[in-house]
Design a protein around this ligand. Structure first.
Ligand SMILES: NC(=O)c1ccc[n+]([C@@H]2O[C@H](COP(=O)([O-])OP(=O)(O)OC[C@H]3O[C@@H](n4cnc5c(N)ncnc54)[C@H](OP(=O)(O)O)[C@@H]3O)[C@@H](O)[C@H]2O)c1
Length: 240
């Protein structure tokens, strides 16, 4: 498990990283097809990872304090975000949801474990906030940018205040794009599945309100997991 060992060794510095920078160490993780699709289209999920890479994903979850997805992923996949394929503790689930579209039927509210933290805008409807609080969610009220989306730097400093040293960001496409565009990613783990989909691309820079550059990955580790290839690296952004 070369990738897991490397991620784990980077995470040994997570508490120190939080003290130094005021934000958790961020691992971006997702599965893509050979043509860079992560789903058939928004809202249409696709099982990309084989059993071995799914187990690796759960092992990665188990070494992080918290795990984050966007509301698009909650509505499309209704994930549990647990580590049920391996032994270990579930990470704290965090969902970015500025308009509180979070559904009451979500698996994240039904399970016995940790209730979700929903990062939302102070402008989100008060009645909806109360309903979700009564259902067990904890709401983190955070500033939003010009696009109405949660300010990621503010989110990460709030998570640091809540003792989160390490955060695994799992998707979907808009969340991955935002984290990369904000340069708030410390390491990347990508599962590459051997098929072509022609679906929802992992990065959509045209959805962003500002121009940005995306990184190259350095210090690479590769590993085969069943039929999938797992790639781990640390992003390096050009100066422009
Ligand atoms: N293959 C994989 O590894 C993988 C992993 C996860 C998901 N997926 C797939 O990805 C698809 C969902 O992706 P998606 O792009 O439609 O949705 P998403 O990235 O899960 O969620 C995006 C939504 O989050 C909210 N948001 C709040 N603050 C944000 C910020 N700073 N940056 C970005 N978004 C922010 C926005 O909704 P509001 O404006 O309402 O706040 C935005 O529309 C699904 O089909 C799912 O199956 C694949």
């Amino acid at each position: 498990m070369a990738v897991l060992e490397r991620v784990h060794s980077v995470l040994l510095n997570a508490a120190d990283h939080r003290r130094r920078t005021g934000r958790p160490l961020v691992t971006l993780t997702y599965a893509q097809s050979l043509d860079g699709s992560i789903a058939v289209r928004p809202g249409r999920p696709l099982a990309l990872s084989g059993p071995q890479s799914q187990t690796l994903t759960h092992a990665l979850r188990a070494v992080h304090d918290a795990i984050l997805v966007g509301i698009g992923t909650v509505l499309a996949d209704n994930p549990r975000l647990t580590v049920r394929l391996v032994a270990g503790a579930d990470p704290q689930p965090v969902v970015l949801d500025s308009r509180l579209r979070f559904p009451l039927y979500a698996n994240l509210l039904q399970r016995n474990g940790l209730a979700p933290w929903i990062a939302t805008s102070p402008q989100a409807e008060a009645e909806r906030r109360e309903t979700l609080r009564r259902a067990g969610a904890r709401l983190l009220l955070l500033p939003t940018g010009a696009d109405g989306w949660i300010d990621l730097a503010a989110l990460l400093s709030r998570l640091a205040e809540l003792d989160v040293d390490s955060l695994m960001v799992e998707g979907g496409a808009q969340i991955i794009t935002s984290f990369l565009a904000s340069r708030l990613v410390d390491q990347v783990v990508v599962t590459i599945a051997p098929l072509l989909v022609g679906g929802l691309g992992v990065v959509d820079k045209f959805s962003l309100p500002h121009p940005c550059t995306f990184p190259r990955l350095r210090r690479l580790t590769y590993e085969q997991a069943g039929e999938d290839l797992i790639l781990m690296g640390e992003p390096e952004w050009s100066a422009e």
